[in-house]
Design a protein around this ligand. Structure first.
Ligand code: AMP
Ligand code: ZN
Length: 451
């Protein structure tokens, strides 16, 4: 039984699915007007983690992720500049070129990290018609109203507003500053559709003239189009809880007249050197930055497993080194187990691993079990069990990153040894060790281990 923490009910709950064990899952996707950083990628490793754990338990996934390529302003509260416009001006490209460029980079990062992607990946600009219909429906039902600037959601019509983030909206309203927009019924009403000034870069025809969607509407509409009126799990970063997800709940629940999402799950932030990532501190790293510094994307994948998703994780290069070294010794041990001859009963490890992953994705505990298991006598039973665990871990076991030159030297040494030329064999072994590779003889050959 997979139990996950539901941010809405604030307790661990069993995952729901349909009668065919299909879990419908929605993940808030990336904004595509700048480089995704490793904090963003933690959010998608989290999505990957849930998907793989569910599959390990025999579930099937029907997953959706949006790509935010329109409508995102520099503030969550419908204020500030259009971020796509800022990027267009900075890079002298059209919004469409910007979106394509950064979407490609994001998709490539997910590939490098071996992230199990959702079945549907949907750009917001591909569902403009659907968004307009959805907004029209909310207006007809009395949940939304028109002003000279756009169509707004009337939060006072939705009594549950604020439940996810635990805010008391009446209290908040009492203390609110007077909103500059006097046409709005309440300062926290948020925009569903914006009437575009003539010069706005992205705009579409609508019953309210030319305009473009607000940010939050895309997730309700894409969820509705691809998953329908019941969604089992919805994921995103904690920053989305108080605004984006409150607004999404309001839109979707009012559209259908009932609760749409069963379980809300949030990943805590990746911190850098115990603080926020920021441009001014020059501490925003991308996957490419890590590669340039000599790490593999898989080192970062392993780093993700070292902290529980509901806790902030602190990124330092020391911690990444630790992940890298652990991963290296894990792979070296695995090679030895591949040819191991001992008989080992792995049932207790299998139970422990399953218990940990099913207890709200306790990955630090799950990998501790894996490392303990690998210390057992060398055994193919362990290798096979690891292969099973690897459906969740998603590490690359087939990789052969040993350079040809090293393989050639190892083969020379093997031949020298077979010919009883032990001096040459020992010299070659020492030479290889100097180059960072250790030769371990096995029953009928040898393994090359990276030190
Ligand atoms: P964005 O492209 O800004 O919409 O972010 C994509 C995803 O990354 C969202 O789910 C954010 O909540 C999440 N996110 C942003 N910064 C971090 C961080 N430092 N750590 C973890 N997740 C983050
Ligand atoms: Zn969203």
């Amino acid at each position: 039984m997979v139990k996950l923490y539901n941010s809405l009910t604030k307790q661990k709950e069993e995952v729901t699915s349909d009668e065919n064990k299909v879990v419908k899952m929605y993940s808030c996707g990336p904004t595509v007007y700048s480089y995704p950083h490793i904090g963003n990628m933690r959010a998608y490793l989290f999505m990957d983690n849930i998907r793989r754990v569910l599959k390990y338990n025999g579930y099937k996934l029907d997953g959706v992720m949006n790509i935010t390529d329109v409508g995102h302003l520099t503030s969550d509260a419908d204020e500030g500049e259009d971020k796509m416009l800022v990027a267009s001006q900075r890079e002298h490209k059209t919004p469409w070129e910007i979106a394509k460029f950064y979407t490609d980079i994001f998709m490539n990062d997910t590939k490098l990290l071996n992230i199990d992607l959702p079945e549907h990946i949907v750009p917001a600009t591909s569902v403009i018609e659907e968004m307009i219909k959805f907004v029209q429906n909310l207006v007809e039902k009395g949940y939304a109203y028109e002003t000279s600037k756009g169509i707004y959601f009337d939060i006072e019509k939705f009594k549950d507003y604020g439940r996810l983030s635990g805010m008391d909206i009446n209290e908040k309203l009492a203390g609110a500053r007077i909103d500059v927009d006097e046409e709005k019924h309440s300062p926290y009403d948020f925009v569903l559709w914006v009437k575009a000034p003539k010069e706005h870069i992205m705009q579409w025809d609508s019953p309210w003239g030319k305009g473009y969607p607000g940010w939050h509407i895309e997730c309700s509409v894409i969820g509705d189009k691809f998953l329908g009126e019941h969604i089992d799990i919805h994921t995103g970063g904690v920053d989305h809880k108080p605004v984006h997800h409150e607004n999404e709940i309001a839109q979707s629940n009012c559209f259908y007249g009932h609760k749409v999402v069963n379980m809300w799950m949030h990943i805590e932030f990746l911190q850098i050197d115990n603080g926020k990532m920021s441009k001014s501190l020059n501490n925003i790293y991308t996957i490419k930055d890590l590669i340039d510094k000599g790490y593999t994307p898989e080192d970062f994948r392993y780093f993700y497993f070292m902290a529980h998703y509901a806790k902030q994780q602190n990124f330092t290069f020391d911690a990444l080194d630790m992940a890298k070294n652990t991963l290296k010794s894990l792979k070296n041990l695995l090679k030895e187990h591949k040819n191991g001859t001992a008989k080992v009963d792995t049932a207790i490890y299998e139970n422990e691993f399953l218990e940990s992953i099913n207890d709200d994705l306790n990955m630090p505990k799950a990998v501790a079990t894996v490392l303990r298991m690998l210390k057992e006598e060398r055994s193919q039973d362990i290798y096979k069990t690891f292969e099973k665990f690897n459906q969740v871990l998603g590490l690359n076991l087939d990789e052969d990153d040993i350079p040809q030159e090293i393989k050639d030297k190892a083969e020379l040494r093997w031949n020298a040894k077979k010919n009883k030329d032990f001096v040459t064999a020992d010299n070659l072994r020492a030479e290889l060790l100097n180059l960072g590779y250790e030769i371990k003889d096995t029953k009928d050959g040898y393994d090359i281990l990276k030190k």
